[in-house]
Ligand binder design. Structure first.
Ligand code: AMP
Ligand code: ZN
Ligand code: FE
Ligand code: FE
Length: 274
């Protein structure tokens, strides 16, 4: 019998809020016997070249990806892009604008922490991102290392989570802008982990009308009934399906490659891209 091939199209590296650099992700993917992977860092394509190089020598297939932060109806909405040209100037310009906005936001958060009597070194926080997208997890780590909190959860609960004294919102774009930008870069746009958002079918339908090519059906936060519903939506609207683990490398979460995503899903995506 032919060996089944599995893929993982959603993981994060140190270029956004993941724990591991791209070569380490390839090492884990090799251990998990994955045939193809995609690095879907938040608002950054910075890890793509490094991942591709290492994956090629490990015999693992790679497709370009990025996870964009959008806002829909006042809610955080993530959009996944697959197969984009990683040298597309408008896309890179948009990601750059995002990173700038994230840096400015980081400065505001650090300023608010200072008002709380906590002084963090902004340069040291920036260094943690290695030129990628600065996120609250980087600031949370600095809070832990500075001994201000006992762990990441406490950092969010006491300081930087929503409704906390040092919380600052993000700069967002609309899903429509994101989809246009992804199409402009030759890629396909997917709604990331729809199970996180409103159960309101109407809201979801309106969202899909922004020109999405597919939805992320397989995700660790989706139970079997969500998956069944999403597969129905994909089928009825002729949308592609994607999936992955959303692996960040957090301690105790060795979940790359889970849930299982069959290789055929990548083949469909490639066919559509061609
Ligand atoms: P940002 O995009 O900078 O707002 O950061 C969002 C990221 O922070 C999420 O993707 C999570 O990785 C992390 N995060 C958000 N809330 C929490 C929490 N309560 N505990 C730990 N991590 C969190
Ligand atoms: Zn993340
Ligand atoms: Fe996400
Ligand atoms: Fe993610």
């Amino acid at each position: 019998m032919m060996q089944e091939k599995w893929i993982d199209l959603h993981m994060h590296s140190t270029y956004s809020d993941g724990v591991h650099p791209p070569p380490k992700l390839v090492e884990i993917a090799t251990r998990k016997k994955l045939s193809a992977i995609a690095l879907a860092d938040h608002d950054s394509l910075g890890g793509f070249a490094e991942l591709s190089e290492v994956a090629a020598s490990a015999g693992i297939e790679v497709i370009s990806a990025v996870e964009l932060s959008c806002e829909n109806d006042g809610n955080d909405l993530h959009v996944l892009a697959y197969g984009v040209r990683t040298d597309d100037a408008p896309l890179l310009g948009m990601l750059e604008k995002f990173r700038k906005a994230r840096e400015e936001r980081g400065v505001s958060i650090v300023g608010k922490l200072a008002e709380q009597g906590i002084n963090l070194d902004m340069d040291a926080i920036l260094a943690r991102t290695r030129g990628g997208a600065l996120g609250r997890p980087h600031i949370a780590e600095a809070l832990v290392e500075g001994g201000h909190v006992s762990g990441i959860p406490e950092a969010f609960e006491r300081y930087i989570g929503e409704h906390c004294p040092a919380y600052v919102g993000k700069y967002y774009m609309s899903p429509r802008e994101a989809v246009e930008c992804i199409h402009g870069a030759g890629g396909l746009a997917f709604v990331a982990h729809p199970g996180h958002y409103s159960d309101d079918v109407g809201v979801f339908a309106e969202l899909l009308s922004c020109g999405f090519d597919g939805i992320e059906v397989h995700h660790p936060h989706h139970n079997s009934s969500i998956i069944a519903r999403l597969l129905e939506v994909a089928e009825s609207r002729d949308l592609l399906v994607s999936g992955g683990s959303d692996f960040h490398g957090f301690r105790g979460r060795d979940n790359m490659g889970e849930p299982r995503v069959p290789y055929a899903i990548l083949e469909r995506i490639r066919e559509q891209l061609a």
